[in-house]
Design a binder for this molecule. Structure first.
Ligand code: GTP
Ligand code: MG
Length: 215
């Protein structure tokens, strides 16, 4: 099959590294609401960003193989804190609050935006942000805002398509072409995407391998 977009294709070695990393213990450390509450930056760190309901918490659960680790809820905007999880001895996985949730009060949104900016520009050990994009919807205006913020913060980001089980292959490919053209405008974007379904377990091994082999 030839795809019109580049995807991450880790080799056996990388897949094995990913498997081993996530076979280690994963634990919830804390939910953080201010910079001074952050855990020490002594681990390789990756964060998950995306619109409310895109599937961040579900993907973290799928990665770690722990069903209720990152609370996945049916109520958009439920994850209200920057949640830190340890992954093995070497990594932090960070679940960011979902953005683009219109029902949140303006003051709350502003507070989160400030914290998000501070986190993205101030966390020395943050190696990569994964920007989650719903396979049914593609890149929306709010996604472009976060991508622009990542550009400004000089944090490399990689797009992870979620809920791939909800679309037919043809539809998915059209959406991914849209995503590809959108990210080509962002200097901080990593060109290869990862296609996932937390529901089916698709792409979870690829994402594990990518995380485990970050320099
Ligand atoms: P916030 O924390 O509110 O920002 O949401 P979130 O991005 O963490 O989304 P969450 O993981 O809570 O998932 C939202 C909804 O989508 C839940 O009902 C999940 O069951 C569903 N969902 C997540 N991933 C998948 C998937 O891969 N396939 C399908 N079919 N549903 C999914
Ligand atoms: Mg969540």
């Amino acid at each position: 099959m030839t795809l019109s977009f580049p995807v991450s294709e880790p080799d056996q070695d990388a897949l094995e590294k990913g498997r081993l990393l996530f076979a280690g213990e994963t634990d919830f450390v804390k939910g953080v609401v201010a910079m001074d509450g952050m855990p020490p930056d002594n681990r390789i760190e990756v964060c998950f960003a995306g619109r409310s309901n895109v599937g961040k918490s579900s993907l973290i659960n799928a990665l770690t193989g722990r069903k209720a680790l990152a609370r996945a809820s049916n109520t958009p905007g439920r994850t209200q804190e920057i949640n830190f999880f340890t992954c093995g001895e070497s990594h932090y996985i960070v679940d960011l609050p979902g953005y683009g949730f219109a029902k949140a009060p303006v003051k709350t949104v502003e507070k989160w935006q400030r914290l998000l900016k501070a986190y993205l520009s101030g966390r020395a050990t943050l190696r990569r942000a994964f920007v989650l994009i719903d396979s049914r919807h593609g890149v929306k205006a709010v996604d472009e805002e976060i991508m622009a913020l990542l550009d400004r913060s000089a944090v490399t980001f990689q797009v992870v398509m979620t809920k791939a089980d909800k679309v037919k292959e043809k539809e998915r490919d059209a959406i991914m072409a849209q995503v590809r053209s959108k990210i080509s405008a962002h200097p901080a974007a990593y060109p290869e995407m990862i296609v996932t379904s937390s529901e089916k377990g698709w792409g979870v091994d690829v994402l594990r391998a990518v995380i485990a082999t970050l320099e």
